[in-house]
Design a protein around this ligand. Structure first.
Ligand code: ARG
Ligand code: ZN
Length: 874
């Protein structure tokens, strides 16, 4: 059954206040709810009230204290209907009984490691009590929790603590009050035997906030970095957006079984523990950066998501796109702006672009869905952030801030829409943003082609742009988009050139704003032929193709004032060399020399940080190459072509690379800061090139680094390069890691992923053996994703095996896990979104695996929806 945005109507009833009484027992939990309900304006007397449920059983029901007669209501596991509710404010009292112990879906109330916890977004609250479970129902909550004191000394919910005490029989209780009206998806509670670290933060206006991070006993020291990131996030939101925290406490809880990354429940963020725990011996630099950014993301939701929430789930991007933009900006301010931008764009291209170009493409604001859980996508999150970034680019920093200020002023306390969000920016800037709004409405990545002409006699230089967006499911015709192109005209000496006049389009200093399908912009008074540097900082999420040759790209790689485009130029050059090789052209000595020279020059350049250099030395990923090739993809050919370029580089630059490696081998104590992390990233990228390029002694160097590493970043990098190159030591290193480093479950995940990404014919057998082990934790999302998610998304040659065994392995896994956890199963299945781009043999094999899954039947709504859209049978 499909839900359409056009059918949105306000709820006939509102719920003003929620009082929950939750009693935890060893094997069941009772939830008594007192809901203060009133008819909405315009609701006719006698309109039935239908509350949502999901696998609920009703024990008792009363209105204003009087039990209801059987004919007055109907209760099923997924709905509670009051035939003729009072036409006034009334209190509905219900009681249900839950078994969180058997809740393997990890939605609603469940138990992780003995700890009771919740995940309600988007529709989990209805698994806890009958409710109007939609985000435009805002209520204040009072929550009373009662549990055995020994089993659950810690009792947490949203808002501020407001009492508690002894409940007799070894039990105790706690009361929490949240004064801010909120939708049910932001509800949370946690009860268990947890340790904690405590800190505090004083807001700009002097509110002293008690901060705590709760975790499993013994893991407290591993929460210190997350706490530091939280305090920096709180300070940043005050500085950058004038936004302060609004409760007396802010709690974070780390749990080990969690379907997603983390959740922004009001005053009580719940986190997947892999995004909290960090110490040098077990977490990599990438893990530290991920923790910092997700801690910030969830904290920033307090304003963009909680104080201002979504009217309906079609508006998900209102809170997610904007909050990702905010966490990206935080990372840029805390670390290096260009490096963060490169990382964000790499992620966008790796996750969102393939989604936008395949059968699962959808607008950032979809207009229909069958299962909302399937719309927590790279499009809603990452493309959503790009849309906000374009808005900031078009309006300028001050104009954007003015719009944000107006957004908070106008909509604080609202459940609102993307339309309303755009409207405040239009109002604050006086601009017409109606065409810009298409970015939310139209799916697909625009292709932007550019050509240039230069006339020496008239000193006229023109750029001609043509944009086109290919059809996506349900959207055969596409309108032209507003595309902000930040640019410079780079002169022969490497600096940006000026011009004396412009015609043919909108040019605002270093920004070209495209609005039409075709635009030609002419610059007057251009002294010599420039090399155009376009889309600086990746100012719009489009696929740019230009007529620039390899030599001009290499010129930009050396001279562009925009570091992002220096990186992009090197990527483009590598991409062309690899694709030519896939097409059968041998890599010429001249091309290999020219490219290697540019890399070596970048490696030695002054004024570029190591983290930037590490990205510059990283060739486009095999999946990215496949995306650019776009059809008849043969992952083995791509792997071989990329591999031969790596070999050519390592052969030519072995000496310089070796020196760069040695120069960064300083044995300073580990610190997770950006500069130190950059140093390690460059050193490990160099190691990877040398090992994969088969440089003499490189495999031994990896083995040595593996054994001598003082931190997980260096150890895992050494292991990964050995595995990626499948050196003689790879197998032994995997065994060693298994034996010595996997007592910690989060490190065990790294071992699982290392096995999963080996580009080696024996990989599938290893994975089957790991999964078949009766001790394998088959219900933990992190373990499952580390093993099978990594295989499907990061091992293109083995997932895409010509014999189809990789595809079948994944569909068999999906069928099995789907019975226990539909969210995990459906997410893994999205790896098939590229299936139609394979060459015919693999395409048929993938289709056979998918059809087999469909024919077996019995799938959850989540998985059935992804499958139907992937096969285009929806
Ligand atoms: N709102 C959470 C966040 O952005 C994620 C919730 C994920 N829920 C889901 N159904 N995928 O951090
Ligand atoms: Zn979010």
């Amino acid at each position: 059954q499909t839900i359409y945005l056009k059918d949105y109507a306000p709820s006939p009833y509102l719920i003003e206040r929620v009082e929950l009484d939750v009693r935890f027992e060893e094997s069941e939990t009772r939830v008594r709810a007192l809901l203060t309900i009133l008819p909405n304006r315009d609701t006719e007397p006698g309109t039935p009230l239908v509350l949502d449920g999901d696998e609920l059983t009703l024990d008792t029901i009363a209105i204003d204290g009087l039990p209801l007669v059987l004919s007055a209501y109907a209760a099923t596991p997924d709905a509670l209907t009051l035939m003729e509710p009072p036409h006034r404010r009334f209190v509905l009292e219900t009681e249900v009984r839950l078994t969180p112990e058997t809740n393997t879906r990890l939605m609603g109330l469940y138990r992780s490691n003995g700890v009771w916890c919740t995940q309600c977004e988007p529709e989990g609250f209805r698994r806890i009590t009958y409710f109007l479970d939609r985000p435009d129902i805002l209520s204040t909550y009072k929550v009373t929790m009662t549990a055995d004191r020994a089993l659950a000394p810690i009792l947490l919910s949203n808002g501020n603590p407001s009492g508690g005490g002894d409940a007799g029989d070894g039990r105790h209780y706690a009361v929490w009050e949240d004064p801010f009206p909120k939708p049910a998806y932001l509800f949370a509670l946690v009860a268990g035997d947890l340790a904690a670290i405590h800190d505090s933060f004083t807001t700009a206006s002097g509110r002293k906030v008690a901060l705590a991070i709760y975790c499993e006993h013994g893991k407290q020291e591993q929460c210190a970095y997350a706490m530091d990131a939280l305090k920096r996030s709180m300070a940043w939101d005050e500085r950058r957006f004038g936004l302060e925290y609004d409760l007396d406490v802010f709690n974070i809880v780390a749990v080990s079984d969690f379907n997603f990354g983390a959740m922004e429940n009001k005053g009580l963020n719940i986190f997947n523990d892999k995004l909290v725990f960090a110490r040098p011996e077990t977490a990599t630099d990438v893990d530290y950066a991920g923790i910092e950014s997700v801690i910030a993301h969830e904290y920033f939701h307090n304003w963009t998501g909680n104080r201002i929430t979504c009217r309906d789930w079609f508006q998900l991007c209102l809170k997610e796109g904007l909050t990702v933009y905010r966490d990206q900006e935080f990372t840029m301010d805390e670390r290096s702006r260009p490096v963060a931008r490169i990382e964000d764009v790499r992620k966008l291209r790796a996750t969102q672009f393939p989604e936008d170009g395949g059968p699962l493409a959808h607008p950032a604001r979809p207009d229909n869905y069958r299962e909302i859980n399937n719309f927590y996508t790279a499009t809603v999150y990452e493309k959503g952030a790009e849309i906000v970034r374009m808005l900031a680019t078009l309006l300028g920093e001050a104009g954007f801030r003015k719009g944000m200020d107006l957004y908070f002023e106008r909509h604080d306390g609202d459940a609102t829409t993307i339309e309303a969000f755009i409207a405040v920016f239009a109002e604050a800037s006086g601009r017409d943003l109606s065409q810009f709004e298409q970015w939310y409405l139209q799916a697909g990545t625009p292709d932007l082609e550019v050509g240039e002409t230069w006339d020496e006699a008239t000193r006229r230089y023109s750029l001609s742009f043509r944009q086109r967006t290919r059809p996506t499911p349900g959207q055969p015709e596409k309108a032209p988009m507003v595309i902000p192109v930040r640019f410079g005209l780079v002169g022969p000496n490497g600096s940006d050139m000026g011009w004396s006049g412009v015609s043919g389009g909108r040019v605002e200093s270093d920004l070209i704003v495209l609005e039409d399908g075709e635009t030609t912009i002419t610059f007057e008074g251009v002294a010599s032929r420039p090399v155009p540097s376009l889309l600086r900082g990746f100012s719009a999420p489009v696929n740019l193709t230009s007529s620039l040759g390899q030599a001009e790209k290499l010129f930009l790689a050396r001279h562009d004032a925009d570091p992002f485009n220096r990186w992009q130029a090197l990527q483009d050059v590598a991409m062309k060399l690899i694709i030519d090789a896939v097409d059968g052209a041998a890599l010429s000595t001249a091309d290999a020399d020219a490219f290697t020279d540019a890399l070596v020059e970048t490696l030695g350049a002054e004024g570029l940080d190591d983290a930037f250099k590490a990205h510059a030395l990283t060739l486009p990923a095999e999946t990215d190459i496949a995306r650019i090739i776009g059809k008849s993809v043969d992952p083995d050919a791509i792997h071989a072509a990329r591999q031969s370029l790596i070999a050519a580089i390592s052969e030519r630059a072995g000496h310089a690379l070796g020196e760069a490696y040695d120069a960064r081998s300083a044995d300073t104590p580990y610190s997770p800061g950006a500069a130190e992390a950059g140093r390690r990233a460059l050193r490990n990228t160099v190691l990877g090139l040398l090992v994969r390029g088969g440089a003499p002694g490189a495999a031994a160097r990896a083995t040595t680094q593996y054994h001598e590493a003082g931190n997980m970043t260096d150890r895992l990098a050494a292991l990964s390069s050995a595995v990626a190159a499948w050196t003689g030591d790879a197998q032994a290193l995997l065994e060693d890691f298994r034996t010595h480093h996997t007592a910690d479950p989060l490190v065990y995940d790294k071992w699982l992923a290392a096995n999963a990404i080996a580009p080696h014919g024996g990989t599938l057998e290893r994975l089957r053996a790991i999964l078949a082990d009766p001790d394998f934790p088959r219900n933990n999302p992190n373990r499952l994703r580390a093993l099978v998610g990594s295989f499907a998304n990061a091992n293109p040659t083995q997932f895409g095996r010509a014999d189809g065994a990789g595809f079948r392995f994944v569909t068999d896994f999906v069928a099995d896990v789907d019975r226990r956890n539909p969210n995990v199963a459906a997410r893994v299945l999205t790896a098939f979104r590229v299936w139609r781009t394979y060459e015919p043999g693999r395409r048929e094999a993938a289709e056979r695996a998918l059809r087999g899954l469909a024919e077996a039947g019995g799938l959850s709504r989540n998985t059935a929806d992804i499958l139907a859209r992937t096969l285009d049978t929806a």
